[in-house]
Design a protein around this ligand. Structure first.
Ligand code: VGL
Ligand code: ZN
Length: 221
């Protein structure tokens, strides 16, 4: 007899989160990350090893509080105290609906199911894909991941020491098992930020692996 039941699909326990693979973080972009473009083919390969992929996109209004240009007399890469804490002031980057905010055209993840856009509130930044920099406003990603049955979150992208690290720390705080894939990330490295990020991630129990370890273990090319 044919089985006509509509079953719930198996929950997806492993989710690959590819962070901010956008033109403004590529060489020549407004907030260029050295060798940022080198992560694209690695992320494409990794994506094929996961049935569930989520992408993030830094997505700021032009009047965003994180832009040095929006503070008289301030220069990019200075820090400033804002109501929610210390904020690095960045060059204008990833402005909503501009080329710089677009995902790299060579990023091929046709099966990505969700794109989380973050940093869209003019007065709050959001390095993390989970919680904005006020440390109070959720993006919704935690609820989404829980809802689909995720247990382990695998993270790669740009930049290691900002959006990747903050996302990894918040994913841990939310109770997920978290792994950062080092060679599928590149860093900004401002005043020791990269060393600090790895230290914080290690202290929080974030695992650090190479893409080769995953691709070998998951038998995918
Ligand atoms: C990022 C700085 C400002 C990132 C985003 O994607 O790591 N860094 N906005
Ligand atoms: Zn940003």
């Amino acid at each position: 007899m044919p089985d006509n039941r509509i079953d719930m699909m198996k929950p997806v326990e492993d989710v690959f989160l590819a962070v901010d693979v956008q033109y403004d973080f590529m060489p020549g972009g407004a907030l260029a990350v050295a060798q940022g473009d080198e992560v694209v083919p690695v992320i494409n390969r990794l994506s094929r090893a996961f049935s569930h992929v989520v992408l993030t996109q830094d997505w700021h209004p032009r009047a965003h509080v994180s832009f040095a240009a929006n503070h008289a007399g301030r220069e990019p890469f200075e820090t400033m105290t804002l109501p929610y804490g210390e904020q690095v002031l960045w060059p204008v980057h990833c402005v909503q609906d501009t080329h710089g905010a677009a995902l790299h055209r060579d990023l091929h993840v046709p099966h990505a199911r969700l794109v989380i856009r973050k940093g869209h509130h003019a007065h709050v930044d959001s390095y993390s894909a989970f919680l904005e920099a006020d440390r109070a406003t959720p993006t919704g990603l935690e609820g989404y991941l829980r809802n689909v049955g995720a247990k382990r979150v695998w993270i790669a992208g740009l930049a290691t020491d900002y959006c990747v690290a903050w996302s990894a720390l918040d994913a841990r705080a939310a109770g997920f098992d978290v792994t950062v894939i080092e060679d599928a990330c590149r860093a900004i490295d401002l005043d020791g930020s990269l060393d600090k990020a790895w230290q914080d991630m290690r202290d929080a129990g974030v695992r650090r692996v190479s893409s080769e370890e995953i691709l070998n273990a998951r038998q995918t090319t």
